[in-house]
Design a protein around this ligand. Structure first.
Ligand code: ZN
Ligand code: ZN
Ligand code: ZN
Ligand code: ZN
Length: 440
């Protein structure tokens, strides 16, 4: 818990540092040619790029007497910025004397507004409302990545001197990510590993993952240090469902119930650097200060069949004979095709790059009867009990998760088996949480 707090603090100061750097840049941004009667240019951008055009940016202008404390900032005016034209803000000379201004920018998709500025009791804003009584509220428990905020302070004198109102916005929301790796313990360190055959991925046999998020943040405020902290919460939890595509009723049968990585699933990818490790994109949501709870349920087909049948498909191993030295030899097939099955190495970035034809010698490849003496049978989903493993994040009685603006909340599970279901059968596994900058 201590670690988590320290990480939080480090990331927070890192973002503060970034923020003040960009402010400094703009401090140099005098433009003595600006005629304040014509209006002062208002320029908003993200750290790395211009503000995307699909966003609507609203500017909230606050002011106070130069001698007042920060808490005295009161709402003076609200202005919706144009994306295409250059925005200019007009001032009256006499207004600027002995005043300090704060310009708050809130940007959200213009097609569907996802966040808005309201009073912290959720009532509508009114001119004269105090800075400390404001809250940025989301309209839904989950939001998209495209929600930004930022503010900049300018004194009346700076504005009189023709400084542009220039603000770098940063992403208000954070994203939850889950990574599941197979690891091997080497002494005191752990090394990530490829999932090894016959298994394909850590999610083999898992047909559904339900991720339930509760105590999601509804509204955030700026605290006395101008950090963004949660203020109000959603009552309802939000459930995200991810359904890995498993091979089923397939020949070759040994692929059945393994993840079919050639069929993409939204928010689920498998790592290329470590074969079979899973990367799950969780939701984007409003910032939270040690308050978010996540319950993950992995639904899977158990490995012990309910039926009495033995899985068997006739293959080249069913067409053999013993030579004069008592060695097993394959009987010749009549199909004239070489055997090939696509393996993980036949895919790159989830796309099949192998040009070989998939072929396993089957009954039809021979003009004689198999010698195995068995009947063909392939397990279907009806042959297995459906089970599930539940994981709570955090663990019972531990501190709930934080979501930091403009950061990924990265939950990494390192498992010492090839598949999650093998861990679950013995003992539960855990996620480690860390935060990584999102760079807009
Ligand atoms: Zn056979
Ligand atoms: Zn292949
Ligand atoms: Zn064949
Ligand atoms: Zn069966």
């Amino acid at each position: 818990m201590k670690n988590r707090f320290i990480r939080y603090a480090i990331f927070f100061f890192a973002s503060l540092a970034l923020f003040s750097c960009s402010n400094n840049e703009y401090e140099e941004d005098y433009n003595t040619n600006v005629d304040i009667a014509e209006g002062i240019p208002v320029i908003t951008a993200l750290a790395s790029k211009p503000l995307p055009e699909n966003l609507q940016c609203t500017m909230y202008i606050f002011w106070k007497s130069a001698t007042d404390t920060e808490n005295e900032y009161a709402l003076k005016e609200i202005k919706i910025l144009e994306n295409t034209a250059q925005n200019k803000l007009k001032f009256m000379n006499n207004e600027l004397e002995n005043k300090t201004y704060r310009f708050l920018f809130v940007a959200t998709p213009s097609s569907t507004k996802e966040i808005e500025l309201v009073k912290s009791d959720e009532n509508n804003l009114q001119i004269g409302d105090k800075w400390e009584d404001l809250m940025i509220r989301s309209f839904d428990p989950i939001v998209s990545a495209d929600n930004y905020q930022g503010f900049v302070d300018k004194t009346g004198t700076e504005i009189l001197n023709g400084k542009t109102i220039n603000c770098t916005l940063s992403r208000l929301v954070g994203q939850i990510i889950f990574d599941i790796y197979k690891i091997l313990k080497e002494g005191n360190t752990t090394v990530s590993q490829d999932v090894s055959l016959p298994h394909f991925t850590v999610l083999d046999r898992v047909y559904k993952i339900e991720i339930e998020y509760s105590d999601l943040t509804k509204g955030v405020v700026y605290n006395n240090d101008n950090e963004i902290i949660h203020q109000s919460l959603w009552n309802d939890s939000y459930k995200q469902t991810i359904e890995p595509k498993l091979y089923e009723n397939e020949i070759p049968w040994f692929r059945n119930f393994k993840v079919n990585a050639s069929q993409p699933v939204t928010n689920l990818t498998f790592s290329e650097e470590k074969n079979g490790s899973a990367h799950i994109k969780g939701i984007y949501c409003m910032p939270s200060n040690e308050n978010l709870k996540i319950k993950m349920t992995f639904y899977y087909y158990d490995t012990t069949p309910l039926c009495e049948n033995t899985e068997h498909i006739h293959s080249k191993y069913c067409y053999t004979y013993l030579d004069t030295y008592n060695n097993t030899q394959f009987l010749p097939s009549i199909c004239g095709i070489a055997e090939h099955t696509h393996m993980n190495s036949c895919y790159k970035d989830g796309v099949l790059i192998c040009t070989k034809e998939v072929h396993i010698h089957r009954v039809g490849c021979y003009d004689i009867d198999p010698v195995c003496g068995m009947n063909e049978y392939v397990y279907t989903s009806d042959c297995f009990t459906k089970k599930f493993i539940v994981l709570n994040l955090p663990k019972k009685d531990a501190t709930p998760l934080s979501v930091i603006p403009n950061h990924y909340t990265l939950n990494t599970a390192k498992i010492r088996y090839d598949r999650i279901i093998d861990v679950g059968a013995n003992f539960s596994f855990e996620f480690d949480t860390a935060w990584k900058n999102d760079n807009n």
